[in-house]
Design a binder for this molecule. Sequence first.
Ligand code: NOJ
Length: 454
Amino acid sequence: MKDLGQVDLHPNNFGPDFQWGVSTAAYQIEGAHDIDGKGLSIWDVFTSRRGKVKNNQHGQVACDFYNCFENDIRYVRDLNIPNFRFSVSWPRIMPTGRYPVNQPGIDYYNRVIDFCLECGIEPWLTLYHWDLPQALELKGGWTNREIIDWFSDYTELCVKSFGDRVKNWMVMNEPSVFTGAGYFLGIHAPGKTGLKNFLPAIHHVTLSTSAAGRILKNILPEAKVGTTFSCSHIEPNTSSSRDLAAAKRVDALLNRTFIEPVLGLGYPMEDLPVLRRLEKYIKAGDEALMPFDFDFIGLQNYTREIVKSSFFTPYVWASLVKAEKRNVPITEMKWEVYPPSIYHIIKKFNAYPQIRKIIITENGAAFTDELKDAEVRDIERTDYIRENLKYVLKAKDEGCKVDGYFVWTLTDNFEWAEGYHPRFGLIYVDFETQERVIKHSGLWYKSFLKQKTR
Ligand code: NOJ
């Protein structure tokens, strides 16, 4: 086993097939919220409710990617990044979430895809990055089992519209976050709370994920089809049996609930007993429909969590020990800077024999960036990415099936309930003028990727 000092961070050492990229999401960058026939999404509605997002900010303009995409995709090319991940906004192409189609929305994504290809960049398309059509939310959104059909129709439309040129697909983005924050805690759109919303959402997202996987593969047998999961390395606060058990429950909730049914292992009910209540929503025949053999699994990691047992948190009986209280380096999101997390996560998921290939579809950090003399010297972000990459390479050197790394994200953008304050971009955005400045981290990534010769 290599220690980190022996890891030689050069792109060639990741192998010729390793995919390098950068990730984005429609609502966080596009703006153009009511342009060319787009319908309302749950994020349009959620952000219009006072007090839901810091400073009542919203994505109505965001980075204006809808109008500036050529400019921004040129940046991707100029940074030597060969793969660009973006998502389709469902209500932009299906304003009510169902047929009829909004042709100008389809035309827009065709322009984005064509321009990527013109620039020599591979488009990687995410079907669902959290902006559900509001018309479907009014019918219960992810809590309504009919969503499996709605999502299947939407998937088929995307595949038939873009599948002649898009070779890499991801079905969902971080299901545990959009169901947990949006349907249990109520801190993300659509702002619903409680188990009565969370549990049906979990099951319908699971069934929709595999249904979409099957549609993609049936129509595009040659395509690379994946789906993404958020994951955090979990450690118990002490070695007490209570903390160990609490850590196991949190691990089941954050890292296993969504992936294991897809891998054919069912929900981790043994280790997280509250999931037994899912049985109410599971119908005869569902077990056979839950698994799907994805070509790759996208893992998205930012930090680790320290867990202790707690009597005050129902269902998981556990709480997180905040990084702020642990005297450790943190980001603007108050997440601990802990690069070994990505290594532990790769090792953990690598151990599932059902996973064919792992791609890190997001990793990055928000720091206070200062624009000074037309430069952003974001040393902390550069270090963060570099250190994380060393751990990815260490895992790869040890034989893990990890074959890609995408930075979150291209430009500073709308960070959901946190608004525009946390800046994650490789490129700084002045949201008043829409001016862009490549940060030092972006320049570092550019020169790093330039060294790739095979
Ligand atoms: C994960 C999400 O996919 C993305 O939308 C978000 O901005 C980043 N993490 C950072 O929080």
